[in-house]
Ligand binder design. Structure first.
Ligand SMILES: NC(=O)CC[C@H](N)C(=O)O
Length: 393
């Protein structure tokens, strides 16, 4: 593969486990780290992408060439505790990051990347890198930034080769809350489009595997008091909050590894009859809890322009995606219905139990970034909650 565009001495390198070396101009944090490289096709929302905790131990190469030109702000972060800087460990850009130009900007992307500890390279032929990933899958890699331009290439190659990769990794425990907390942040006005209830009418327990902030906002905006709980919480601990609904969040790593402790809890919670909704990692773990299987994808789905079909309505929605593992639909048991598929590769994107108020989707209905076509899934969750409440009343 060709190296980067830069004619200057490289100050940053991306070293793939297969020995490919890609040179660029370093920006953001100085140092080196390992991760899996994936490409993201979103045109906007780079801060939301890089702060999505589901990207832990991943390096994102953006196919959109101009990243950083609207600067950075303190609002467009998707992790709950920015000080802990959960999210992508590295970022790769085609063009040099220009001076910020946007009324919301409070600084240059470079400073923000430094603050978050994200190592980045610009001046990269991101088309070639994306083509490489499409052909060969998402590689393990080291990303290294040294303003002096001094690198021990053999050591970096060895480090990239030695990294285990994402398969078998439980990262949820690293990025999720360690304590139960009530999350009462309301939706942004521009993102609501929905009544923002002042008095909560429901209690939703959100099992946190690395949740995105906008998911919680879209639930508080529909009248929920959201109790965020650690990923290792037991079913009894969840039920002690008398939830009207249970939410399983998105998150990083391999669902099968996270599922070791989460799946038995989810199985017990299904039996309570409380409506349950899962997103992304939550969807994958629900599938595992129901007896299905997950597997690693070749290049994954990362972007804000993926077509997904909802079989329950026949409608196609354009969605936000970020996953590298997928549910194998053929492994779902007979009491589970496949509700959504990706129109890119027909992979599973949703399921529901035929006889229980339990459903989940692989894509990101909260967007952030991305289109809001799938916001209706939050309405479906609260409709299930209402109908159970009305039956009980
Ligand atoms: N966004 C997510 O929840 C990602 C789920 C899982 N870590 C995957 O890569 O498939």
């Amino acid at each position: 593969m060709t190296a980067g565009w830069t004619t200057r001495k490289p100050t940053a390198l991306l070293v793939l486990a297969d020995g490919t070396i890609i040179e660029g101009d370093g920006i953001g944090a100085v140092g080196e780290t390992t991760g899996e490289v994936c490409f993201n096709t979103a045109l906007t929302g780079y801060q939301e992408i890089l702060t999505d905790p589901s990207y832990a131990k991943q390096i994102v190469t953006f196919t959109f060439p101009h990243i950083g030109n609207v600067g950075a702000n303190d609002e467009d972060t998707e992790d709950l505790v920015p000080a802990n800087a959960h999210g992508a460990v590295g970022a790769i850009f085609r063009a040099e990051v220009s001076a910020p130009s946007n009324y919301r900007s409070s600084g240059h992307l470079d400073a923000w990347l430094k603050k978050r500890g994200i190592i980045a390279l610009s001046g990269i032929d991101t088309r070639a890198l994306t083509a490489h990933i499409r052909e060969n899958g998402m590689p393990n890699a080291v990303i290294a930034h040294n303003p002096d331009g001094v690198f021990d290439i053999e050591a970096l190659k060895a480090k990239a080769r030695a990294w285990s990769g994402l398969e078998g990794l439980d990262l949820a425990k690293d990025v999720a809350t360690h304590q139960s907390v009530v999350w009462d942040e309301k939706p942004w006005a521009w993102n609501a489009g929905y009544a923002t209830e002042s008095e909560p009418r429901y209690t939703v327990v959100a099992l946190d595997y690395g949740t995105k902030r906008n998911i919680l906002r879209l639930m508080t905006g529909r009248g929920a008091r959201v109790v965020l709980m650690p990923p290792t919480s037991t079913a009894d601990e969840v039920m002690a909050h008398h939830p009207d609904g249970i939410f399983l969040s998105n998150g990083p790593g391999d669902p099968a590894a996270t599922g070791v402790y989460a799946v038995p809890t989810i199985q017990k919670l299904i039996e309570t009859g409380v409506p349950m909704f899962g997103i992304c990692l939550g969807h994958q773990m629900l599938a595992l809890a129901l007896g299905g299987k997950t597997s690693k994808m070749h290049q994954g789905h990362h972007g804000a322009n993926h077509p997904v079909k909802d079989f329950t309505t026949g409608k196609v929605e354009i969605v936000s995606m970020n996953h590298g593992f997928a549910v194998e639909s053929g492994t779902l048991p007979a009491d589970v219905e496949e509700t959504h598929i990706s129109l890119f590769d027909q992979s599973n994107c949703g399921l529901k139990m035929k006889d229980a108020p339990v459903f989940s989707v692989q894509h990101h209905p909260e967007a952030s970034p991305g289109p809001q076509d799938s916001h209706y899934l939050f309405d479906r969750f609260f409709e299930l909650i209402d109908s159970r409440k009305n039956t009980a009343a």
